[in-house]
Design a protein around this ligand. Structure first.
Ligand code: COA
Length: 155
């Protein structure tokens, strides 16, 4: 649990399966090919590398972030903020939270993939110090869209 000065009523806590209906609502607003209940459930119950977090404001779920923790790396799998609360700093709040726990776990780098067309997310990652390392052609096969691989080194 983390309390946040300047963001009244905001906490970040681990995701639980009970959170999934609300998470799926946000997921559907946020991605062209949303993850399903089963995909999230697998992550929460079977993937030993997976860590998922909920961002609540005044006890309402308004965002989430998932990552895989492998050795000295974090790989962000998912981040979204509900439409109504976008552009108020909550996405950045989740990224800063991840960095903070990364320091605790001696994480050396945080990486992620982002659609080439997703400028809002790319801007957010750039603002928080992520840089484009490579481009994977047609990574999103259905739409033949490229992925940018972005990365931030912590040490
Ligand atoms: C990407 C996302 C998580 C950002 O969350 P957010 O809470 O709105 O982000 P913040 O308010 O912390 O914004 C941080 C920075 O991101 C960039 N940004 C966010 N929204 C933007 C937009 N609509 N247009 C341009 N830049 C944007 C800006 O650089 C912003 O900093 P600024 O407000 O000082 O200019 C949110 O837009 C979202 O849920 N999108 C759909 C899901 C998604 O694309 N996830 C990323 C997958 S890789």
């Amino acid at each position: 649990m983390m309390n946040n000065h300047g963001f009244t009523g905001v906490i970040i806590r681990p995701m639980e399966t009970d959170d999934l209906p609300k998470v799926l609502d946000i997921e559907k607003q946020s991605f062209p090919i949303p993850w399903t209940y089963d995909m999230f459930c697998d992550e929460l119950t079977r993937n030993k590398y997976a860590r998922y977090f909920i961002l609540e404001k005044d006890k309402e779920i308004i965002g989430y972030l998932g990552l895989w923790h492998k050795e000295t790396s974090f790989h962000i799998t998912n981040i979204a903020i509900t439409e109504k609360f976008r552009r108020e700093g909550y996405g950045g709040k989740l990224l800063k939270f991840v960095e903070k726990i990364g320091t605790t776990y001696k994480i050396e780098k945080i990486s992620l993939e982002v659609r080439k067309s997703n400028y809002m997310a790319q801007n957010m990652y750039k603002k928080y110090g992520y840089r484009t390392k490579r481009i994977w052609k047609n990574y999103y096969r259905e739409e033949r869209e490229d992925a940018l691989v972005m990365e931030k080194k912590l040490y």
